[in-house]
Unconditional design. Structure first.
Length: 557
């Protein structure tokens, strides 16, 4: 604990009743902290009573975003908290208990204390500094006597059964699966199986918290969580989608555009998911807002029948009305199947290197291995000679000549020495040495950048690995038709429809590309001609609007 954190602990401790039953980790923090200045205590108390969260703001200053991100401590802006508690207050159910599974400094519980003055309040967090801030806020605002603080991982929480309804509300921590231990992944899979669901161990921590809520809750309970929105489409999100359709009782999903920055220091699309346990209606409401000002109230959006959405692999397409594009527009997926490039498992091994000496050229295939190789083109890849080559051996090595086989075996011995054959990807291939690149697609697309995807016609017949997507026509298309599709995509596709991650990266999964709207084939040429004509007319109008009768230009401010 650094000096700034000790000062924050001292400030929080100044508000907490000395008779309060603290956890051992909380007492330890206080014992190592100085006494806070009276003037600072008075100033902080005044700010808390005014409806602010000075303790939480100080926490976000003394703990860097990187440190907080490790445990998913992303504090929620007031407009989101207010909108969610306003929804809960109008849900025609008065909770006897309110549970925040990642309480932090208590922003949700503070609002819940005002909205539900008779409810028991439960705050759960793994960070003793955060729980001290929660206790301090509760003491100042007068609800410490009905607050229970649990310094424990929410997944290990035990709650007694109560007769009345419980409201589960908050911002579950966002931690990627790479940072979740094996024991919790095992818990996740076992708990899902016990509840008759299938779970992927690639799920992030926020999905774990939804599952724990499903396990704790009983019919009549309800809730709302704000999380990243990626669960709408990714494979591991199927568990949450299935729970909302079966048992958790999904009632609404409100998408917050990443540009609104629903999470501090994170350019990420947000999703507020509302649910009524055991009480699923015939439809779920889907709504999108572009700013936090539009969020409240959490008004009904587009009503999507459960029979249409329950078994869909991706949900984001249901958020927007399908009638927004002209009738002559179609989805890209009606013309193309989109496939992600092949995962090698070890680019350093399978992209051409000195260890491949003597391997026949026919197994070294020019391939797109960097997104910039597509971005640098003018829309057409004509020459593959400047591309790196990827080794794509057959699964059956008996087709090689004796000399070729010796060269391949030397390479495979080298690869084994680097334990490439023990990797996850290699172990799940038919033959660990065979990357099995996809056949060259007629069109390439980048899929992750801080800009719209780049589409490129593949005249060079290059292959590709998993830094790009390939577009494969469902039915044969002429060269002119392929060029028209690429021209349209390059001119009109934006970041809209992609999934935005921390840092502003925009990612398009294959299904998201397939949902892009383009003119029907018989309209593509006319569409571009009309658009060009309109653009030319606009430019001419702008050029003439600033001219005086004598032909000189006026200055416009």
């Amino acid at each position: 604990m650094n000096a700034k954190e000790r000062e924050l602990v001292a400030l929080a401790a100044a508000f907490i009743d000395k008779a309060a039953k603290l956890h051992a980790a909380e007492r330890k923090l206080i014992s190592h902290s100085p006494k806070a200045a009276r003037s600072l205590v008075a100033k902080t108390r005044k700010a808390i009573l005014a409806g602010n969260d000075p303790l939480g703001e100080l926490f976000c200053q003394v703990r860097s975003p990187e440190l907080r991100r490790d445990i998913g401590a992303i504090y929620t802006p007031a407009p989101i908290v207010d909108a969610m508690l306003t929804w809960a207050s109008g849900a025609h159910v008065t909770p006897d208990r309110v549970v925040d599974p990642g309480a932090g400094s208590g922003r949700f519980l503070i609002s819940a204390a005002h909205c539900f003055p008779m409810a028991e309040l439960i705050g759960v967090d793994v960070d003793p500094l955060a729980t001290l801030l929660l206790r301090a806020n509760a003491a100042v605002l007068g609800f410490a006597d009905r607050l229970g603080v649990h310094l424990v991982d929410y997944r290990a929480l035990e709650l007694p059964t109560i007769e009345g309804p419980t409201l589960y509300i908050g911002n579950p921590p966002y931690v990627r699966h790479h940072d979740i231990g094996v024991e919790w992944k095992t818990w996740f899979a076992a708990t899902a199986a016990r509840l008759k669901f299938t779970a992927s161990k690639l799920a992030g921590l926020h999905i774990h918290f939804f599952l724990k809520t499903r396990d704790l809750a009983k019919p009549g309970d309800f809730g709302a969580f704000i999380t990243a929105a990626e669960w709408l489409d990714v494979n591991y999100g199927s568990l949450l989608r299935n729970m909302l359709a079966d048992g958790l009782g999904g009632s609404a999903v409100h998408i917050i555009n990443a540009k609104a920055q629903p999470f501090d220091n994170a350019m990420t699309t947000g999703a507020i998911t509302c649910f009524h346990v055991g009480n699923r209606t015939n439809a779920i409401s889907m709504r999108e807002v572009n700013s936090l000002d539009e969020l409240a109230p959490l008004s009904p959006g587009r009503q999507v029948a459960w029979k249409d959405i329950a078994h869909a692999r991706r949900w984001s397409g249901f958020v927007r009305e399908q009638s927004t594009a002209p009738a002559e527009f179609i989805e890209l997926g009606e013309l193309f199947r989109v496939h992600r490039g092949q995962v090698t498992g070890s680019n350093a091994t399978w992209i051409e290197n000195e260890a491949m000496h003597g391997i026949p050229d026919r197994y070294l295939r020019p391939a797109i291995t960097r997104a910039r190789e597509l971005i640098a083109t003018d829309g057409t890849l004509r020459d593959a000679t400047q591309l790196r080559r990827v080794l794509d051996l057959p699964t059956d090595l008996d087709e090689l000549t004796p000399a070729e086989r010796r060269a391949v075996e030397r390479f495979l011995t080298w690869a084994r020495g680097h334990r490439v054959d023990k990797g996850y990807v290699a172990n799940n291939r038919k033959a660990w040495w065979s990357v099995q690149l996809r056949k060259p697609p007629p069109i390439f697309s980048t899929y992750m950048a801080r800009s719209a995807p780049t589409f490129v016609t593949n005249l060079a017949q290059a292959s590709y690995i998993n830094i790009a997507h390939g577009l494969y026509p469902r039915d044969p298309l002429t060269r002119a038709q392929l060029d028209a599709v690429v021209t349209h995509l390059r001119h009109y596709v934006t970041t809209e429809g992609g999934r935005i991650y921390a840092g502003g990266l925009v990612k398009f999964e294959p299904g998201e590309l397939e949902r892009l709207r383009i003119p029907a084939l018989d309209r593509l040429h006319g569409y571009h001609t009309d658009s060009q004509d309109r653009r030319t007319n606009e430019l001419e109008a702008r050029a003439t609007s600033g001219r005086r009768k004598d032909g000189t230009r006026s200055i416009q401010r």
